[in-house]
Design a protein around this ligand. Structure first.
Ligand SMILES: *Cc1c(COP(=O)(O)O)cnc(C)c1O
Length: 228
């Protein structure tokens, strides 16, 4: 459920509006806005649409497909070496090495076979990429993510493989209030000694910020609706 934007924020350009809304939500929760990383989700968007956001100062972007990111980002990163790319979509084990080369964080560790593939890839590439374990927080059959009951085991496997764990990530069920799911993810992270919380999208990022999100993933509110 979206929080109605403050009247002062409505006429701002999209990037400034999102920052203002994050700042208001952070202030309500006595948090510092600088603690919250805005990931601009640029999936399906071409370079011409992304570049203006880079020019406005946005540096952290998210994609959901390895191949699409490989075709779009190397040229953009060459021009702006401080860009950081996050993978927020499902990752196939045979793409783990490509993902470790291109991305600076991966939000979709969701199964033991991927622990093994990512450990091998990081070893081979010589690069440690922070990982979020994606949790199927609403226990939805069609959704990606690790089942709630399997999270402790998956975390133990990742720790045993010396993978760099950043935190937990979730995409709550559509059409119902997200707050209880964000709160549950926050509790699971705290119970498991993890500080990162990747949660909140265009419709609910302020709620996520109030409930402790460290990374919000905002696409359509920045870039406009996606086709299809
Ligand atoms: C597409 C996507 C987002 C952004 O969604 P919006 O509703 O457009 O903000 C965030 N997280 C993940 C995992 C996504 O696939």
């Amino acid at each position: 459920m979206a929080i109605t934007p403050h009247p002062d924020d409505i006429d701002l350009p999209p990037l400034a509006a999102i920052h203002a809304r994050i700042a208001r939500a952070a202030a309500l929760a006595s948090r510092k806005a600088e603690e919250i990383i805005l990931i601009a989700i640029s999936k399906t968007k071409p370079a011409e649409v992304i570049t203006p956001l880079i020019v406005q100062g946005q540096r952290v972007f998210g994609e959901n497909r390895v191949q699409e990111a490989q075709s779009k980002w190397p040229a953009l990163v060459e021009a702006h070496s401080d860009i950081r790319l996050h993978l927020v979509g499902q990752l196939q084990s045979n793409k783990a090495e490509d993902a470790v080369r291109l991305f600076d964080a991966i939000h979709s560790l969701d199964r033991p076979s991927l622990v093994a593939a990512l450990a091998r890839a990081m070893d081979k590439v010589g690069r440690q990429v922070p990982l979020f374990v994606q949790v199927n927080i609403g226990e939805e059959a069609q959704k990606g993510g690790c089942a709630l009951a399997d999270v402790p085991t998956l975390l133990a496997q990742a720790r045993a493989a010396n993978l760099p764990l950043a935190g937990l990530m979730c995409v709550p069920p559509v059409g119902i209030e997200a707050a209880p799911f964000f709160a549950l993810l926050g509790k699971m992270a705290a119970d498991n000694g993890l500080s990162g919380l990747s949660m909140g999208m265009s419709d609910d990022f302020e709620t996520a910020v109030m409930l402790g999100a460290t990374h919000v993933r905002v696409g359509s509110a920045l870039f406009g609706q996606r086709e299809g």
